[in-house]
Design a protein around this ligand. Structure first.
Ligand code: NDP
Ligand code: 2IT
Length: 450
């Protein structure tokens, strides 16, 4: 049955190297032991329905730059599945954005959101707009134009967008400002808002901090290990990477790498966060090359100077690796390098950063592998806390949000490790995450009827 669904999908509109097909194949191939034991999944055509988006909205975004030139971009919102709660998921602004990328992200989001145990469905959206090199006014004008279309499809109990690549607190502020101007509603329809008008404390940090809380729990339970005094490698230099590095450093780990789309920094003394932030924080997009001009012990490796098929960021000895940049950034060659260099755990901060053959290698070599849909769910979890605070007009303390975030990440680890064991695949957290999320979503779809 699984093979047939994948073939049909391929025939209908997806090529095999489409990231959506990659994400769907991984999930469906995990589900064999579940579907063969419960006829209801077949009766209710759950697999066919779960791989089909409820709706895919595409719109034109027209805006004017600082030199009065007119631009047109594509805008999208994919509302994939709302069986467990209102559609929920981020917006990505990056030139590589297209339907295939957003479908994979929206599909993954359904499963991630289910793993949190919170009442949220899955969605994703964004645009092929490139924020790089744009002034704040241009970004504002683009965000306003984007929201002029998007506002008609979203709602605080319907679909609640948030940030992702290229969309942080600043962009969410511009988007929310326009939403309020158009609708006169102050209902918190976006999460990740600036704190002064409805944002939650800790939302900017939540994904990265949650990744580290997940890693701590997994290492404690599986290996009786801690991250303190351990060498870690991190890729990326954006929101998720910076807060992963910050939390790792605060618990005494030494992070020796970070990267962006142009190259990698290796700093044997540990990444200097102040310098990194001066280049990358809050939407700044200066080259990581400047880091090496400020810190004499650091080395900058431009991607053109590294052999094709791998990435310099994964070629250093480490105890644990945290891919936090983008999809498919960690190849089989990178995985082999990590294993050769003694890495015992890989925890995904980004969405689907590890290529399928690299995951297989980690699993076969006994490297603990935490998939993004489990390990990076802290961001969307705190988004849901923000929705709760907005609905009740409350403001929660930092301590309360942090404690709840930690608790959710530990629960996710527990849920997926128990499920992996229950289905005879101990320590296979890919199978554990996919099965445990699927059962929850499928149950709701069955109970809600067709
Ligand atoms: P940011 O835009 O803040 O940072 C993205 C980082 O990834 C930048 O360092 C960027 O480098 C790098 N990057 C982007 N595209 C590429 C590429 N094609 N090749 C190499 N590097 C690239 O985004 P986030 O930190 O928010 O997101 C990072 C990852 O985490 C994404 O996979 C996202 O989906 C995922 N995620 C984000 C959450 C959030 O709350 N923000 C929640 C859960 C997951 P450069 O500046 O050079 O483009
Ligand atoms: O991939 C993700 O989980 C996000 N970009 C955050 C989604 C959210 O709604 O906070």
């Amino acid at each position: 049955m699984i093979k047939k669904i994948l073939e049909n999908l391929e025939k209908s509109n997806c090529s095999i190297d489409d990231p959506f097909m990659q994400a769907v194949s991984e999930v469906l191939n995990s589900l064999q032991p579940v579907i063969e034991n419960d006829d209801r999944y077949d009766t209710y055509a759950i697999l066919e329905r779960i791989v089909t988006a409820d709706r895919m909205i595409q719109f034109k975004v027209q805006w004017v730059d600082d030199h009065n030139r007119v631009h047109v971009n594509n805008g999208y919102r994919i509302q994939f599945n709302n069986a467990l709660g209102p559609y929920k998921g981020g917006l990505r602004f990056h030139p590589s954005v297209n339907i295939g990328v957003l479908k994979f992200l929206a599909f993954e989001q359904i499963f991630k959101n289910a793993l949190t145990g919170l009442p949220i469905g899955g969605a994703k959206g964004g645009s092929d707009f490139d924020p790089k090199g744009k002034s704040d006014f241009e970004i504002m004008k683009f965000c306003h134009a984007f929201m002029r279309e998007l506002h008609q499809y979203i709602g605080a109990r319907k679909d609640i967008p948030a940030g992702d690549i290229g969309v942080g607190t600043k962009e969410i502020g511009f988007l929310y400002g326009e939403y309020k101007r158009i609708t006169r509603d102050y209902d918190g329809v976006l999460s990740g808002k600036p704190f002064t008008f409805g944002g939650s404390l800790l939302r900017p940090e939540a994904t990265g901090y949650g990744v580290v809380y997940f890693a701590q729990e997994m290492l404690k339970q599986e290996l009786e290990e801690v991250l303190e005094d351990q060498i870690c490698t991190v890729s990326g230099a954006g929101n998720v990477a910076i807060h992963t590095i910050e939390k790792l450093q605060s618990i005494g780990a030494k992070v020796v790498t970070c990267s962006d789309s142009e190259g990698t920094i290796y700093d044997p003394n540990g990444i200097d966060l102040d310098v990194l932030r001066s280049l990358k924080d809050n939407g700044k997009r200066l080259s990581l090359g400047f880091y090496a001009t400020k810190i004499s012990t650091a080395v900058y490796i431009h991607k053109a100077d590294y052999p094709i098929g791998g990435h310099a960021v994964w070629n250093y000895p480490c105890f644990a690796a945290f891919p936090c940049a983008t999809q498919n950034e960690l190849t089989e060659i990178d995985a082999q390098n990590l294993i050769n260099n003694g890495c015992v755990a890989v925890i995904e901060g980004a969405n689907m950063p590890t290529q399928p053959s690299a995951i297989e290698l980690f699993l076969s070599e006994g490297v603990l592998f935490a998939p993004g849909k489990a390990a990076n769910a802290g961001g969307v979890a705190v988004s849901e806390f923000e929705m709760s605070q907005n609905a009740s007009m409350e403001k929660w303390s930092y301590e309360k949000v942090n404690a709840k975030l930690n608790e959710i990440m530990c629960q996710i680890y527990k849920r997926i490790s128990l499920t992996a064991k229950e289905y005879g695949n101990e320590r296979n957290f890919v199978i554990g995450a996919n099965i445990s999320a699927f059962k929850r979503i499928a149950e709701a779809m069955i109970l809600e009827g067709v």
